[in-house]
Design a binder for this molecule. Sequence first.
Ligand code: KIV
Ligand code: ZN
Length: 516
Amino acid sequence: MSSKDRLIIFDTTLRDGEQSPGASMTKDEKVRIAKALEKMRVDVIEAGFPIASPGDFEAVQAVANTVRDSTICGLARALDKDIDRAGEALKGANSARIHTFIATSPIHMQHKLRMTPDQVVEQAVKAVKRARQYTDNIEFSAEDAGRSEIDFLCRIFEAVIDAGATTLNVPDTVGYAMPHQFGETIRQLRERIPNADKAVFSVHCHNDLGLAVSNSLNAVLNGARQVECTINGLGERAGNASLEEVVMAVRTRPDVFTCDTNLDTTQIVTCSRLVSSVTGFPVQPNKAIVGANAFAHESGIHQDGVLKSRETYEIMRAEDVGWSANKLVLGKHSGRNAFRTRLQELGIEFESETELNEAFARFKDLADKKHEIFDEDLQALVSDAETAKTQERIKLVTLKVCSETGETPHADVTITVDGEERSVTASGGGPVDAALKAIESMVDSGVNLELYSVNNITSGTDAQGEVTVRIKKDGRIVNGQGADTDIVIASAKAYIDAMNKFLFSDARAHPQMGDV
Ligand code: KIV
Ligand code: ZN
């Protein structure tokens, strides 16, 4: 594949994805996801918005210091202080990119920025020049390009290329574009900007009308050579273009696309599960590529056809996106080696023998309660342990519930908060309600529970239940997750996870607000 035919995949799960209400991630979670993206051979990882909060800065710094093979990008408004902060956070990166942006649509320039078009161009050029002090790899985004005037886009892009921008991003910030128009915009920009050949054209589409992937693909057909996307389509409001859908469309239809990505697509399902479990955003069963039903054939005619020849109803192979054909089942008698090997195959590595031993001990505990351990169980087990390791200022010590016909259920719960033990008994409408009320009475957060959901990780009544809770207070939304074969314990773990994030992690600024 010549370099001209390469479609650059820019993943913004850690930045735009994190702007989904409640999808905030800790530094360690971001590093874990970044490592999985690197393993999948994503070209550019947008790790965060360093000026947003000290936590965001540290996360970008940690990703930059850890990932070696992908380019690490930090977002910055077209302001000196943002750019300097991004440059500082990216210092340790092997390959760093600064992504600076300013709005270009009449509505944003007049009402949000209160700047004239001339001032916007001047500020964009200044920002790109400043970013060049830190790296030669500069991306410039014309925010709300989907509603901007093409003549103004040509003008500002030409100016920022002259100032040193190497990637020009055309965001459909509000998800307003139609595929044929968006493709035409890219074609015209490439044709009309005199120095267009000095930069890569990129697109960043939001999914408000469900068109993010279509718009991105139409842009690719018209010469865009970078697509910004997220795992599971996570992102602000209705989300961004889904990475797995863009990548597999291009890979599955070489007759249509003259370019391809460098991705190892067999890592897609692992990345999808990881992002879902870290953010607490479940993947809908009928989601393309990564949904549980994406390769399941229910109708008899389809099943018969697939058995005779899989191409009758399958346009992709499940194995090619990481659905394991052979779901090796582990059990009580499986040894450490089988455990380690299976986790390695799932893309999970341990930093030390101690960590492996701890995980193996948890696996044995689970195998005592559950006869067969599936890949999904292993992933949940490791995820649960990572959560516990990284943010456990509140810990669940013991939980006892009593639920009996005709009686009010109650729960006795003991937790520690920064090592100090607290115990309480509470009653509720059911055992889960009682357990959560007991925890709340000890932490006194005053939050509202906005969502409570339980999903079985595998099938059978001995399956682990994965509980997601979403809590909200004063406009701040946080998700928590927990898994266990006992759903009351899983619920308590999920609530405590949410509490740890809500009470002990910092609030962040939003990139599209503020003082540019
Ligand atoms: O949607 C958008 O416009 C963005 C920019 C910061 C690229 O996320
Ligand atoms: Zn966006």
